[in-house]
Design a binder for this molecule. Structure first.
Ligand code: SF4
Length: 368
C-alpha cells in the first residue's frame, strides 16, 4: 500500500563541487515546461491513495519563483493526505524568502529540510557553497514565527583539511539553532563530480571514524534513530525517510526519481529531453523483485535503523521466519547483532562498520 510520494525538482542557482544529484541550472522557461510535465506525470500515475508523506527534494526546490512554487503546489494539492501527514520541502538558505515560507505554510508544508552543510569558510570553499549565519538565524526565526517548527539541517563532514575542531564548531552552530532534526553525510564523491575530476584527496579513514564518533557524542541528547540521522525526539523522526528504511512502497515523481510499487523498483530518466517527451523511465530502470529480492532490501534498509528488523513484522510481510532464510544467530553470538524482543539490530557502537556486518549476514543465507 503506497503511503508516500517523492517529487524531484532538479533546478539550482549554483552547482556545488561535490554534487551527484540530478540537477541543472535554473532556467525560467525550462522550469515552466518541467512543471507542466510533472503535472502530467502525476495525473497519469497517481491512484488517489491517501498519503502519509510528501517529500519535495532536489536540486533546490526553493530556487523556484513564487509563481512557479504556486504551480508546484497546485500539483501537490491534488495528492490526498491523511490527518497526520508529513509534507517536507528541501530549501537552500540562499534562495529562501519569507514570502516563499508563507506560501509553503499556506500549502500544507509542515517540515523544512535545509541544505546548510557547513559554516566553515574552508569547507564552503571546497564545496563551492556559501552560508550567512545571520540569514540562517533569521530564516529559522521566521519559520518559527509562522509555525513551521519541524526543521532539518544537513551537515557534511570529512571534507579535505577539515579538523575535529572545525567539525565541532559546525555542530555547535547547528545545535544553537532551534531545529528538530540533523542529517549528517561523510563526503564521498561520485566519479563525474567536479571535485573528483580535480583529483580530490579524501581524509584518512581513522579521522573519518573519529568525526563520526564526535558527531554521535555531541548529539547524544538527540534520538540517533538511523546511522546518519538525529531527531530531537521520536516525534521528529523523518516519517518520509522511514518509509525507505522500512522498505515500504512509495511513488517517485520527476526527473531521476525512484519508486517502489508492488513487484517493481523503478528509476526515472536523468535526461530532461526524454522526460519532457513523456519518456519517463530510465533505460534499464526497472527492477522486477522476487520475494528473495524484497527480503534483501528489507535487511539492508532496516539494519540502518536503531530498531533494525522487527521479526514479527518480517514474518507478517513475508510469511516466513528470518532465521529460516539467514543465519543471524552466529552474528548475535559474535556481538555484531543484538536480538531484543522482536527487534534484531546492529548496536549503535558498531554502526560505523554496519556495511560489513550486513554483508556477513547476507553471506549466511540458508540454501543460498
Ligand atoms: S548539492 Fe544541492 S544545491 Fe548543490 S548543486 Fe547539488 S542539488 Fe544543487
Amino acid at each position: 500500500m503506497i503511503k508516500s510520494a517523492y517529487i524531484h525538482i532538479p533546478f539550482c542557482y549554483k552547482i556545488c563541487s561535490y554534487c551527484d544529484f540530478c540537477k541543472m541550472f535554473y532556467n525560467k522557461e525550462l522550469v515552466d515546461k518541467y512543471l507542466k510535465e510533472l503535472s502530467n506525470e502525476i495525473t497519469d500515475s497517481y491512484n488517489n491513495e491517501v498519503l502519509d508523506t510528501i517529500y519535495i527534494g532536489g536540486g533546490t526546490p526553493s530556487s523556484l519563483s513564487i509563481k512557479q512554487l504556486d504551480k508546484l503546489f497546485n500539483i501537490t494539492n491534488k495528492l490526498k493526505l491523511n490527518d497526520n501527514y508529513e509534507f517536507t520541502i528541501e530549501c537552500n538558505f540562499d534562495s529562501i524568502t519569507p514570502e516563499k515560507l508563507d506560501l509553503f505554510k499556506k500549502n500544507k508544508v509542515n517540515r523544512i529540510s535545509f541544505g546548510l552543510e557547513s559554516i566553515n569558510k574552508n569547507k564552503l570553499k571546497i564545496l563551492d557553497r556559501t552560508a550567512s549565519k545571520s540569514k540562517i538565524k533569521k530564516t529559522i526565526e521566521y519559520c518559527h514565527k509562522i509555525g513551521l517548527n519541524n526543521i532539518n539541517i544537513d551537515l557534511i563532514y570529512a571534507v579535505k583539511d577539515e579538523s575535529l575542531e572545525d567539525l565541532l564548531s559546525d555542530i555547535d552552530f547547528i545545535k544553537s539553532l532551534d531545529i528538530t532534526h540533523i542529517s549528517t553525510y561523510s563526503l564521498i564523491l561520485e566519479e563525474h563530480t567536479k571535485l573528483y575530476i580535480e583529483g580530490y584527496k579524501y581524509i584518512n579513514e581513522d579521522l573519518d571514524r573519529e568525526m563520526y564518533d564526535l558527531i554521535c557524542n555531541e548529539l547524544k541528547e538527540y534520538d540517533h534513530y538511523e546511522i546518519s540521522n538525529f531527531a530531537k525526539g521520536k516525534e521528529y523522526r523523518s516519517i518520509h525517510n522511514q518509509t525507505y528504511w522500512h522498505n515500504n512502497e512509495y511513488y517517485g515523481f520527476g526527473l531521476s526519481s525512484s519508486g517502489y510499487l508492488g513487484q517493481v523498483r523503478y528509476e526515472k530518466t536523468r535526461s530532461i529531453n526524454k522526460y519532457l517527451n513523456h519518456d519517463y523511465i530510465k533505460e534499464d530502470g526497472i527492477e522486477y523483485l522476487s520475494t528473495k529480492d524484497k527480503i534483501y532490501y528489507e535487511i539492508i534498509l532496516n539494519l540502518r535503523t536503531k530498531e533494525g528488523i522487527n521479526l514479527k513484522e518480517f514474518n507478517n510481510k513475508y510469511h516466513q521466519e528470518l532465521k529460516d532464510v539467514y543465519d543471524y544467530e552466529s552474528l548475535i553470538n559474535k556481538g555484531l547483532l543484538v536480538l531484543d524482543g522482536n527487534n534484531l539490530y546492529i548496536p549503535e557502537n558498531l554502526w560505523y562498520i554496519s556495511n560489513s556486518i550486513i554483508v556477513r549476514l547476507l553471506e549466511g543465507e540458508k540454501n543460498g
